[in-house]
Structure formats: structure tokens, C-alpha cells
Ligand binder design. Sequence first.
Ligand code: NAI
Length: 767
Amino acid sequence: MKILRVVVIGSGTMGSGIAAQVANAGLHVDLLDITKDISTKACERIKNSRPPLLMEENNLNKIVPGSIEDDMEKLKDADWVVEAVVERIDIKKTIYSKIDSLRKPGALVSSNTSSIPLKILTQDMSDEMKKVFCITHFFNPVRYMRLLELVIGPQNDKEKIKELVNFGDKILGKTVVVCKDSPGFLGNRVGVYAMQVAMTEAFNLGLSVEEADAVFGRPLGIPKTGVFGLYDLIGIDLMADVLKSFIKELPSGDPFHEVGRELPIIKKLIKDGYTGRKGKGGFFRINKSSGKKILESLNYKDYTYKESKKIALELPDLMDVKKVLERNDVYSQYAWSIIKKTILYASNLVPDVTDNFNDIDDAMKCGFNWSKGPFEILNEIGIETFIYKLNKDDKIPSFIKQIIKQKKSLFKANQGSLQYFHPKDLYVSMQRSKGVISLSDIKKTTLPLYTNESASIWEIQAKSRFICVEFHTKANALDGLTNDCLLKAYDLCNDKYDGIVIANEGMQFSAGVNLNYFYEKAVNKKFNDIDIFLNNFQQSLYQLQHAKFPVVSCPSGLAIGGGYEVVSQTSFVAAHSNSVLGLVESLVGLIPAGGGCKEMLRRWSVHPDTNNDPELLSLKVFNLIGYATTSDSPIKAKSQKFLGNKDIMVMSRDRLIEEADNIIFTNKDNYNQLKSASFSLPGPTVMTAMLDILNELKEKKVIGKHGIEVGKKLGYMLSGGETNSSTKLTEKNLYDLEREIFIDLIKQKPTQERIRYTLDTGKPLFN
Ligand code: NAI
């Protein structure tokens, strides 16, 4: 049975998130709550959500609000009914009996519960319904969090569950981890434990909340919210409820009890209304009393707040566990204690909670956005070093003892494919869903064809034989070395491979060219170096765009500025459904100069809206780049021409490289090399219209004095400079003009001030 119609019961945070993602997948969904009024309001919330739960506004039409009193008949047509009401067993069970009396034979039913065991939920269920009932545990926000834990039991009909696994993976785009029925499943069991260790150890060592989050953050491959920021984000009261449920469910010997008890500080914060971002604040708060928004942090020793300062602990920018552990100070002590305890805890779950330790890694990567799971971290440290660093009283889990006794490692390569150690004393092949090509698996079994500090090239043999360029800098910012890698890939691919894929597994595809590089060069007046850098960047992208083989880019997360310029100059794009694309250079007082201006002109020049009118063309692109427009889904990106007609959207992050392989396979034998474009641009005649726009924006205080200057330069670029519409400009002419204007702008103080401000605060400067 194909899942085509879905009913979601409960339209709160999770129910509305699930409904939105089902609608994003193009399916009809009925969203029911106690009253239609509640579910209608939920639809409003979905519409206004930020970041948006919907990939395009029209998807809202696929969600039909209703009430469980008046619309239960809808259940008769549903192929999958998902319950996401409040965490109360009695309420959930009443709903299940209604579902059972109405559902069509074979329809799947699931609960989104985060803490009620499957065996309790199914206690009074009919045997027929037990076969098709399981827990589908999504994470919040549903569109953006990749993990879907599917909790099943022996009573389930395996074939029916397979249908749901497939649906979650291919249609909803989630990484599905099938779990046993045990408290907290896998993600929360390990993730919440790690958070509690991070919090209690910070208190034990007397670290400030900033210090703790700076260590238990990016240097360990963990999102920068660390532990205290994450507590505020989730809600301190919600976390307290989660802990209570773990304490109730877990056996008394479980180490969770050592760190999961409610602390006096948490009690006090909740009592005073400091429940995190949704309340008055928490470990951090925004103080607006001075008329400005000041970020403050809590001194948990005396319950006072002070202005939060960026602290420089000289920790690595990128995940580098070994480097953090090498430091002989309180921060390495803190990091080691969290890593050690988390690895020991996770290892103790094998084999009782899961036979496959890599499922825990996946759960942490997709449910908590860790760059590596605990076992991948253990693999990186090395089991021997890990054991050596333990204290005498640390109990080594039997799973780790088993590996040591067998003189085995966690992972091993077998004829190019990845295997992992199984508690039954054997190696089993890494089970990925059919078709999935995992770069992190490939990286564990092979050496790169080429690598430098910023990027690497991997050889992949799937349907086609191709090479994959992976960026691996902070936020995958581009620099001279990423460029060297693109050039190298072109040389390697020529004649030897079917094509190139540009993809990575970072949170961002690329947040643009490294602004630090530009800033340093600019303040030291090394403008020639900037020109050489840009020229190389343009040339390598030109080469890829006009190669005689297909080049596919796979954006996910941010692909903005230079990151988007890479994407825009590949022959095909397989874009993840949550990718953000666009040209944002104007925010830092610059213009795109890696071919971004040229590319947008090329794309819009063949669009009916610009009607072969060079002035309309220039103005259209002027508005798009001038406003630093970005699109937050591939669907919107197509309407803005950030993506072209043959580019595709991929729901699952795990399936990007697979789709890129399909594209190369289909195109490799009859690929038509892209010809160089020529451009008819209006020249100075359009500048008056552009100046009118800029003056109006200045009057409305949308832009300041420097905004006018940047706008003028951008206008000059997009009108083609000193040209007229009967002159044909080449791609090279436009590349040259981009560089000329970029250098002109970066020489100016206000642009340098904008760059400095953005580097320091992450925000744009109004000047
Ligand atoms: P919520 O409080 O935001 O929404 C619950 C919704 O259920 C409300 O709209 C309420 O009106 C509705 N409801 C209550 N009784 C009902 C009834 N008899 N019939 C129909 N609707 C009824 O709760 P939230 O956060 O969405 O949680 C829902 C479920 O998802 C819970 O089981 C929770 O444990 C689980 N969960 C929550 C996560 C989160 O981050 N909030 C994450 C993962 C799971």
C-alpha cells in the first residue's frame, strides 16, 4: 500500500511540524485537534513559522484543519494516522480506540511520544492494530531535524513497518533509525545524558556558561549552543520534565541517575519564570532595559546576570577532539570528562538497546546535529588511547572489552566497503538504505585522491564512476585551497571519470568566500592579491561550467555568496529541500565577483519577464542582488532563477550524492558541453532608474550613505559598464567587470567596516 493520505491528530508543536512536512512531500493531510479552532490556529502558525516549516506557501492548501469530534470520519481514508497529542497515556489511549474502530484495513498508525514505552501504548489494543502500530519519534523542528526514530516490537508486521521506513526516508526525507522499545530510544537517551554530564561537570569545575559552551561546542563537533544555550532553546521546564521521565523509567543502576537529578538552580530558574528563550531568559537572556538589546549570561553561583562577552580560549574553530584533549588545562579536563562518560554510556547500550553502535552515531548526528557520533569520536581517539586515559575506577563496558579481547577495531574496510564490529564477534556490512551513498562511510575505507587543509577529492564508484569534491573548512568557507581542489578535480576528471560531484556532509554547503581573507588583504592594501584570488576563482568555475563532462553540485544548508557562485556554475544541481541559496555580498558592501553577477544575468536574459529588454534584465538582477535575496527552498530558488529547470530538489540529505550519481549516469554519454554566453546590456541608460530606486530606499532609511555607493557600483556592473545594447559582451568581459568593481568597493573604508562588523557579530552593519 502506498501512503497517499495522512491524518495527524494533535496540532501542537510536533503535530503541525509533521503535517507541514507531509504537505511539503506533496501529500494531502488532515490535521485534527480537540476543536477546529485550535487546528486552524495551528495552520496560521505553520504559515508564519520562522524558519519556515513549509517549503512553499501553497503547501498550506494541502493541510486541512479539523476536529476529532466532527472529522474522525477522515480516518477511513487515511493510509497513515499519526498521533501527536499531549504526553498523557489516558488521552492517547482514548484516541487509539477511536482510530481502531474507523481505520481502513492495513492503515499504519503511530504515536510521536517521546517517553511512553510502546508496550504501554499497545496494552489494550486489538491484535490487528498492534501489528501496524509503532512509535514515529520526530525531532523539533520537523522540517529541519533529520532524525526519525521508529520504535517497533516483536508484534509488528515487518512488511508494514518497511512501508513506513521507506516513506520516512524517501518521501519525508528523514534518516530513519529503527529502535527497540527502551526509554528515550537512542537519540535522547545518549543526547540528554551528554547534556547532563556537560552541565554537571561545568558546575563541578566552576566554568562559566560561556566557557562551557565554548568547549562543548564547535571544537567537539557540537552545535555552538553547547549545553546551556541548548537548554534555553529547548526550554528549561521541558528539560526538567524529560529528566523526570528518564529517572522514572531507567533502572536504578543506570548512570543517568548520577547526572539526571533536578538541580536547585534549575528549580529556581523555573520558579522565577526563567524557562529559557520562550520565558524571561535562562542561562542567557536579552536585556532590553537600556533601550539596546544586550546579551547577558547567568552567573550560576550568585544568580546574577552580566553582559556576555565573546571569550577567546584558543580552541580550534573546527572539530578537533585530539587537539582539545592535548591541552593540559581545565578545558581539556572538561572535554575529556564529557567525551569519556558519553562514550562509556553509549557503549553500555550495546547490545541490550541496540546491536548496531553506528545507529547511536546516526542518532546523535541527525537528532542533535553532532558532526560525529560517540563511536566515531572513539575511533578517532583510538580505543587504546581511550582505555589508557581512563581512571582505575572507570568501568570498561563489556562491548569495548570484547573489541579489545578480539584485537579488533570498530570499523574495517572489506573490498572497498565499510564493515563494523558487531557484538556477535563478527563484522557486518554497514547497512544504509538502498541507494544511499554515504561520504562518511567512504572516508572510513579509502584515502582521498587529493587533499589539502580546506578540501579533498574522493573517488566514488556507483552507477557511474565519478569524483567528489568535499570542502571541509569552518562553515565550508572558500579560500585559495578550496579553489586548488576544484582545479585539481577538473584535471583529474578529464577523460578519466564520468563527472564531478561537489558535495559535503557539513551543516553548510558553503557560507561563501572566507571574509577574514578579504579583510586582511584589504587592510594591508594587498588589492592585487585579491584580484589574483578572484581571477583564479572565476577561472576554475568557468572551467567546470564549460567542461565536457557533467558537474553536479549538491547544496544543503547555506550555499550563499561564493558558495552559491560555485553551485550556479555547475551543469546540474541536486539541492537538498532545506538548502538556502542566494547572493548576499551587498550586505558586506561588496558585489558577487566569482561569476555571480554574470550568472544571474545569463539566467534572467532568457526569461520571458525580461522580454529581451536589456534594461529590464539589468533592473531585475539589480533588485535580486541588491536586496541580498536568498531563497529558503529549492522551489522558491527556481522562481528566483537561483536554480534552473533541470535542477532537482531532493528531500533526503542522505540521498544527495545518489541523485548526483543518477544525473551523471544519465548524462555522461550524451553530455552537451555548455557554450559560452554573450550578453546585451544597456550601459549607462539604465542608471537613472537604478538611482531612483536607491534614493527611495535611502529616504525610507532602508539603506544608508554607503548603501547608495554599493548600489551604484552594483548597478554599474549589472548594466554592463560603458556599453550599449547593440554591443555583445562576453563572459570574460563580465568577469573582468566584477573584479574591477569588487576591488573598487573593498578599497573603501565603509566596506571594510561592514566586513569587520559582520566578522565580529555575524550581523550586517548599516552605514
Ligand atoms: P503540544 O502541547 O505542543 O501539542 C499537543 C496538542 O495536542 C495540542 O494542540 C492539544 O490541543 C492537542 N490535544 C490534547 N488533547 C487532545 C485530544 N484529546 N485530541 C486531540 N488533540 C488533543 O505538544 P507537542 O510538543 O507537540 O508534543 C506532542 C507529542 O510529541 C507528545 O507526545 C510529545 O511527548 C512528543 N514530542 C515532543 C517533542 C517536542 O520537542 N515538543 C519532540 C518529540 C516528541
